[in-house]
Write a protein that binds this ligand. Structure first.
Ligand SMILES: O=C1O[C@H](COP(=O)(O)O)[C@@H](O)[C@H](O)[C@H]1O
Length: 260
């Protein structure tokens, strides 16, 4: 488990711009080192704000978009093109504006598609797609993602892993179907904590005062069953990117010195 590093920005707009700049650098470095890069996207307000900031960043042209694999950490199990789908929102914020290779954009299945309304079959299909992309150098049936982005819900959920919900207890499967999620829609597909932990770097994004309690709980040593965000960490780095409002309840010793 990597110890979390915390960076606090003035406000959510600056946080999104700084995270976008950080992500561009990370992708460019990964492409230079390994030929391609892989990023796991998140839904939610902060994930979409990061993508929109990336779309506006002049340095986005430094990325070779054709050598980038995109995956999702979770998806709202709704029909293709539904405005509430995380993939639809990501396409609007960034993906439609950059020259990605469609074969490398690994959206999670939609309801009513190949798996009908069977959310478990959809999850199994995504797990198979991940496993097919993993190589011998990876650490299990998922690729070693360069960066895995996660929004943090006000209840400490990450991806579609909710406190005390069965999904957060999953230790074997990499992808699960979620039913009865406390946040709509009730049916979702989600990576599990073991799949999240396969990433080189996990970046957790939280902005706004409604996230302050969740951030403080997760960073102050809560268990992952009660606070799933506490169980989200990367193999090499775990980075919490916050704005001041979301960091407001952090104990003094967890607040980074440069932001005090
Ligand atoms: O429904 C979801 O919510 C979370 C958090 O979203 P936020 O708007 O509160 O930041 C998000 O991380 C997840 O991907 C999404 O499916």
């Amino acid at each position: 488990m990597t110890a979390p590093q915390v960076v606090v920005h003035r406000d959510k707009e600056l946080m999104a711009k700084a995270a976008a700049a950080r992500l561009i650098t990370k992708i460019v470095d990964a492409q230079a080192a390994r030929g391609s890069a892989s990023v796991v996207l998140t839904g939610g307000r902060n994930g979409n704000a990061l993508l929109a900031a990336l779309a506006e960043a002049p340095a986005r042209d430094a990325v070779d978009w054709s050598r980038l694999d995109l995956w999702w950490g979770d998806e709202r199990f709704l029909p293709e093109g539904d405005p509430e789908r995380n993939a639809t929102q990501a396409r609007e914020a960034l993906l439609d504006a950059v020259p990605l290779d469609p074969a490398r954009v690994h959206a999670m299945p939609a309801a009513g598609g190949a798996w009908g309304n069977d959310v478990d079959a959809a999850a199994d299909a995504y797990a198979a797609e991940l496993a097919a992309s993993a190589g011998p150098a990876d650490h299990g049936p998922v690729p070693t993602f360069d960066v895995l982005l996660l929004g943090v819900g006000p209840d400490t959920h990450v991806a579609s892993l909710f406190p005390e919900h069965p999904g957060v207890r999953e230790t074997e499967r990499t992808v699960i179907g979620v039913r009865g999620a406390p946040k709509p829609p009730p049916n979702r597909v989600s990576l599990t904590l073991p799949a999240i932990r396969a990433a080189r770097e996990v970046w957790l994004l939280a902005a706004g005062e409604d996230k302050a309690n969740a951030v403080a709980i997760a960073l102050a040593g809560a268990g992952e069953i009660q606070a799933p965000a506490a169980g989200a960490y990367g193999r090499g780095r775990t980075l919490w990117l916050l704005d001041r409002a979301a960091a407001a309840q952090l104990p003094k010793q967890l607040y980074p010195p440069a932001s005090a």
